[in-house]
Design a protein. Structure first.
Length: 172
């Protein structure tokens, strides 16, 4: 059992929402009779730079390391947000990548996005990954148009892991 200092140190090394969730669940275990522990898998994160980056689940490299290169399929796309069409911003700055485990019914094991509102988009994908989202389920979902999260419903180009192709220009 960790002492108070160990718990505090452990919580300080996590993102604030993770620390809050872990602390809440710890209090429920200590004082409420709960047995639920914090799930540290697929914790979403966002970097709030002018062009946001969001991620949830495994990176391409970690997925290959965990499942083997032959068991991973990468789907990716460049996209052009609607709010960028009028100011004629470069249409190849936004990017999304979905990492799938082929042997597990193409379960989505990683999601990465670079674009406006990436944090908002990533939050929805985090819940979907936690529920075991597959590529077929993602493909069969009707998207909302026009929003940045729609990138998950656009035709994504498949690619073998750890190879990086030229601009796909799939979305406009």
């Amino acid at each position: 059992s960790l002492g108070g200092k160990g718990i505090l140190f452990s919580l300080l090394n996590k993102l604030t929402p993770v620390a809050i969730q872990a602390g809440r669940l710890l209090a429920q275990r200590l004082y409420g009779g709960s047995t639920v522990k914090c799930d540290y898998e697929n914790v979403p994160t966002t970097v709030f730079t002018p062009l946001e980056y969001g991620a949830c689940g495994l990176s391409e490299e970690k997925a290959v390391e965990k499942f083997g290169e032959e068991n991973i399929e990468i789907y990716h796309s460049y996209f052009w947000p609607l709010e960028w069409t009028i100011p004629s911003r470069d249409n190849n700055k936004c990017y999304a990548k979905i990492v799938c485990n082929i042997k597990d019914n193409e379960r989505v094991v990683g999601f990465h996005i670079l674009g406006p509102n990436a944090g908002e988009v990533t939050q929805g994908f985090a819940a979907a990954l936690k529920c075991g989202l597959t590529k077929d389920q993602l493909d069969s979902t009707i998207g909302i148009h026009p929003v940045c999260a729609e990138v998950g419903h656009l035709p994504l180009m498949g690619q073998h892991p750890l190879t990086h192709g030229a601009n796909l220009g799939l979305c406009s």
